[in-house]
Design a protein. Structure first.
Length: 145
């Protein structure tokens, strides 16, 4: 990651749009993020949890085959983004956020990373990420790049 490049945390609601247009809104903005990542205009951090969520979404909601999903996941690992382990420190903070703000721990993991790295979280489901002081959440509909 380059310190001069804008840093963002992405949640699964963004990444799934890179692979499936079925019942998805704001595809152009999601693909803009993808293009900016590939061109090195932005840096991206995601939790390792995203891999599980993405696989599950592609399997259950998008009805892709295991072969298609495995190819997607393999490609995903090749992109120049940083995948962070959900370690004990991160899960403790996420659980704290989840408890205090009555959200799921899954959603709180993304907020935890946003806080840790002082980076905005980009989501197409911002209602899952309550307004928490000092953590910026950008709705995909407002993406300007």
């Amino acid at each position: 990651m380059n310190s001069d490049t804008p840093l963002y945390i992405l949640d699964t609601s963004i990444v799934v749009k890179w692979y499936s247009s079925d019942r998805e809104a704001d595809l152009d903005k999601a693909h803009d993020i993808f293009d900016e990542l590939l061109q090195g205009f932005i840096d991206v951090i995601v939790p390792d949890l995203l891999i599980y969520e993405l696989s599950n979404s592609l399997l259950k909601s998008k009805k892709l085959s295991d072969i298609e999903i495995n190819e997607i996941i393999e490609r995903f690992y090749s992109y120049l983004l940083s995948i962070k382990e959900v370690n004990s420190t991160r899960i403790k903070f996420a659980n704290e956020l989840a408890y205090q703000h009555e959200i799921t721990t899954y959603d709180a993991i993304y907020l935890s990373l946003a806080k840790e790295f002082s980076a905005p979280l980009v989501s197409s489901n911002p209602r899952h990420h309550k307004s928490i002081s000092q953590i910026q959440v950008i709705n995909l509909t407002e993406w300007k790049g």
